[in-house]
Design a protein around this ligand. Structure first.
Ligand code: FRU
Length: 443
């Protein structure tokens, strides 16, 4: 199923996708795997879907890479990551096995009764995965509650350290606090636990999809605490990030007191980072959607973003490959409904922009958005979002496509991205300046 997809945002090829997995630049191509339920536009027994791109702008679907074959992953191949060694691709993921099967729906586990083990599989070329013969269990499900939870321990992120390979897993403690488990390996096969870490400040009850990486100005931790935002709105689970102090030898990690949301639209979840062709740290995340589009597909990814740290602040900028696609000036975005468009402008205090029913306002030095009119009946979700206070500069680069608006403020100082449905064709503005609209060049 090699299907070329001429689109910047990778979307479910039908049915359901969630987290990006195994994101890697390998043998001259970006490989992006993802959590995939191939039978219906809803979450269920997880497979890994697979797509590739030469440049992060055009994607090609490559079908299913991983599917359940073993006792340990009988009920799903959950999230994980990829590394390369000596030309081979290694995938690490969590296998889940349900204690009981719900006879009415074998794809969902009744009451969280399942166990999780960590597995790996290798591939010579990044395209063929021998699901029957090449999977190995590297960390069995925990039996000792004091160390980690047998159910909620998952999402291995592996990286090459100075003198060994490292892995971080998301987990929870016995008293329901998030915790990270750190492992080390010499050969990518045998793993030993080095440290367990939780934070003083409480961030939810379990941490999904941890990702720890170095930047020129120190380490950054990105993680997705469950049960984090308890304002009665969906979703409670949110992705946050912070500069941390990390010492590889001991895997000692010091949290900061201050965190940022990776995206202030609060729809982005479970992102994953990797290094791009030029060595930049890049992030891609799942944009959660309350309903399938045309009843057919649910789930898409954000624009790949470059992660940088300056003066303790973490920036998420549009990847330059994607940005340079938007070159053809247009006057109305109806000309670009399929391809999408980009608007650039500066917003002064009190000014506003209404893109097809999605409102963006600057007030008291914050950017506020309101999707009430383009979010149908999803009233249990947040519709009004905002940035923290911004000290100076209000330059907005807004990337619009049928179901997603991504607003990059001051070149990634803050980002607000929101899922929308049924945008209308008009743009209304109350602005002193002007704005330009660009669309993607036809190939
Ligand atoms: C995050 C997550 C991961 C898990 C996967 C299952 O969205 O819950 O923790 O591995 O999705 O699909």
């Amino acid at each position: 199923m090699n299907k070329k997809v001429n689109q910047i945002h990778l979307k479910a090829p039908g049915n359901w996708i969630n987290d990006p997995n195994g994101f890697i630049y390998y043998k001259g191509m970006y490989h992006l795997f993802y959590q995939y339920f191939p039978y219906a536009p809803q979450w269920g027994t997880m497979h890994w879907g697979h797509a590739v791109s030469k440049d992060l702008t055009n994607w090609e679907h490559c079908g299913i890479a991983l599917f359940p074959t073993k006792y340990e992953d009988q009920n799903g191949c959950f999230s994980g990551s990829a590394v390369e060694k000596n030309g081979k691709l290694y995938l690490y993921y969590t296998g889940v096995h349900y204690d009981k099967i719900n006879p009415e729906n074998i794809h969902k586990c009744p009451k969280n009764q399942f166990e999780s083990a960590q597995l790996m599989i290798d591939s010579e070329d990044g395209f063929s995965f021998d699901n029957f013969n090449r999977k190995k269990v590297i960390i069995p499900a925990f039996t000792d509650k004091k160390t980690a939870d047998r159910t909620h321990t998952r999402d291995p992120k592996v990286w090459r350290g100075k003198d060994a390979w490292y892995m971080v897993l998301g987990s929870k403690t016995e008293d329901n606090k998030g915790q990270l488990l750190f492992y080390r390996s010499k050969d990518l096969i045998k793993w030993e636990m080095v440290n367990r870490v939780s934070s003083k400040a409480e961030f939810g009850w379990m941490w999904e999809c941890p990702d720890l990486f170095e930047t020129e100005s120190g380490s950054i931790l990105v993680f997705s605490p469950m049960g984090f935002l308890k304002d009665g709105k969906r979703e409670e689970n949110q992705t946050i990030c912070m500069p941390v102090e990390f010492e590889e030898e001991t895997c000692r990690l010091e949290f900061s007191n201050h965190f940022q949301f990776v995206d202030y639209g609060l729809d982005l979840y479970a992102p994953q980072t990797t290094l791009d062709e030029a060595g930049r740290r890049i992030l891609i995340g799942w944009m959660r959607m309350p309903a399938a589009v045309d009843g057919k597909w649910n789930g898409m990814f954000c624009i790949p973003r470059v992660v940088e740290q300056k003066n303790g602040h973490i920036y998420f900028r549009v990847h330059p490959n994607v940005d340079q696609m938007y070159r053809r000036p247009i006057v109305s975005w109806t000309e670009a409904e399929e391809a999408g468009c980009k608007l650039s402008l500066d917003l002064k205090e009190g000014e506003m922009l209404n893109i097809g029913g999605y409102k963006i306002v600057r007030k008291e030095n914050r950017i506020y958005t309101d999707r009430t009119n383009v979010f149908e009946k999803y009233t249990d979700y947040r519709v009004k979002l905002e940035t923290p206070e911004i000290k100076e500069g209000y330059h907005l680069d807004i990337y619009v496509e049928k179901n997603l608006i991504e607003i990059f403020i001051n070149n990634g100082e803050y980002v607000i991205s929101n899922i929308v449905y049924n945008l209308n064709k008009e743009i209304h503005a109350k602005l002193s300046g002007s704005f330009q609209i660009y669309t993607v060049d036809k190939k």
